[in-house]
Design a protein around this ligand. Structure first.
Ligand code: ARG
Length: 460
């Protein structure tokens, strides 16, 4: 064991840790990224101990100078080259190397249990700000595409069967609003994470008169934790973050699934830019929508991480348990994934273009069946009855092997006279869309309003 692997808790132990245990025990590769927060928390703690009269002002000064030196050294270090147990041990070792034995005074009244809980919450706050910005980037790419596709009329699907005509912008915005809900979930997570655990000690609280309200303000938290036993073992907020990311992952995955379908030769509704597709090492003709597939796959990982964390906390006995060390790898993996997925999807959507010839080609009179039923309703036929009559029209057409609007007039009149009058032309689909002009509908006018609303919501 080298000097660096000296732990923070050696006194009670006669022998060193077994190498196999060291490998399991070590978390530095995962938690190294917390160092800026560990240093910030340590600085605040040193000052709080000084204010409480536990440390002299000279000691506090020396600790602060040492921490500044440590802060300068840390960016140049590589965790895989260090033998320290975790980031807290590393910071304390470096502090000792910088200022000598006084470094050992910093941990007075503090435990790694309240320390790591504080570090992770501080980290999450910055992470969530980054995620919010990336979500807004993807959302704004969707609004831009919506703006470019107001005049694209395409089949709308339920059960992946043609349902009713919609405008391209309608589809784009259907993927935008979920992202804005995800952003608001992230924000509320930040609010819940903003409770300061520091000052909770290992479990029972701090025996020194440390001013936790001052610490709260110093570290920018909204509240202080109410119960030290809860504060050191609570990871609810991390689960909120994992859920918010998993939900976001699911939304991006659904968008990805649509992109894969729509970019296929069979649909051909959309073309993805070369920059977001890849080729095949064997088949020269291939242009694969990998951006969307990788996103779907990444979403699966975020679901697994949420489940892993739920399982990690479900059977924990009271107080901090070491199981919780694994919270970081799970939270970091999910948020790292989301941080690479979002810009890629934003870019793919931002450079995608609709192919109006293909969406137009896909429009069939089936999409107008509801409108035909509404024609009968306008003549006073109760909707249930008109649904039945139009159903018959489409059945007859199917039997005759012709589109419903090409069924001979006589046969249509036999079902209902109004059906004989029914005519379609290429504008019928846009006209159908434009009849849905209420808020949230697919009419051109409603969509222009929705785009404006989306832009306002994006600013919020
Ligand atoms: N590396 C540990 C973690 O992430 C720090 C807390 C250790 N606490 C303890 N009681 N051993 O959870």
């Amino acid at each position: 064991m080298n000097e660096a692997s000296k732990t923070l808790w050696g006194g009670r132990f006669a022998a060193g840790m077994a190498p196999a245990m060291e490998a399991l025990n070590r978390s530095l590769d995962d938690d190294f990224r917390l160092w800026p927060y560990d240093v910030r928390g340590s600085r605040a703690w040193a000052r709080a101990l000084g204010r409480a009269g536990i440390l002299t002002s000279e000691t506090v000064e020396s600790l602060l100078e040492g921490l500044a030196e440590v802060e300068r050294a840390l960016p140049g270090l590589r965790p895989e080259e260090l033998a320290d147990e975790d980031v807290h041990s590393l910071v304390e070792r470096l502090l000792g190397e910088a200022i000598g034995p006084d470094a050992g005074r910093l941990h007075t009244g503090r435990s790694r249990n309240d320390q790591v809980a504080t570090d992770l919450r501080l980290w999450a706050r910055d992470c969530i700000v980054r995620l919010e910005g990336l979500v807004a980037g993807a959302a704004s790419a969707l609004v831009d595409l919506a703006e470019r596709s107001v005049d694209v009329v395409m089949p709308g699907y339920t059960h992946l069967q043609q349902a009713q005509p919609i405008r391209g912008a309608h589809w784009c915005l259907s993927h935008l609003w979920p992202l804005l809900r995800d952003r608001s979930r992230l924000r509320s997570t930040a609010g819940r994470a903003s409770s300061l655990p520091l000052g909770s000690g290992a479990i029972a609280g701090c025996p020194y008169p440390v001013d936790r309200q001052w610490l709260r303000e110093e570290l920018g938290f909204d509240r202080i934790s109410e119960n030290s036993l809860d504060a050191t073992s609570d990871r609810d907020w991390a689960l909120d973050l994992l859920f918010a990311c998993a939900m976001l992952g699911v939304h991006l995955s659904r968008l990805g699934e649509d992109l894969v379908l729509f970019a296929s030769r069979e649909f051909g509704f959309l073309v993805l830019d070369d920059g977001y597709t890849t080729g095949s090492s064997l088949m020269p003709q291939k242009r694969n929508p990998d951006v969307a597939e990788l996103t779907r796959g990444a979403a699966a990982v975020t679901l697994g991480d949420l489940m892993a964390m739920l399982s990690m906390v479900k059977g924990l006995p009271t107080g901090y348990d070491r199981d919780l060390q694994h919270d970081k790898s799970v939270v970091f993996r999910t948020t790292d994934l989301i941080e690479v997925v979002l810009p890629a999807m934003a870019g793919a959507v931002g450079t995608a273009r609709f192919v109006p010839e293909a969406t137009t080609r896909a429009l069939t009179p089936d999409l107008l069946a509801t409108d035909v039923a509404d024609l009968l309703v306008a003549e006073g036929v109760p909707f249930r009855e008109s649904h039945e009559l139009v159903g018959r029209l489409f059945l007859e057409a199917e039997r005759a092997g012709v589109p419903a609007d090409r069924l001979p007039q006589g046969e249509r009149a036999a079902i209902h006279p109004v059906l004989a009058e029914w005519r379609t032309d290429p504008s019928s689909y846009a006209a159908s869309a434009d009849r849905r002009a209420g808020p949230g509908g697919t009419a051109r006018s409603a969509l222009l309003e929705q785009i404006a609303e989306a832009r306002t919501a994006l600013e919020g």
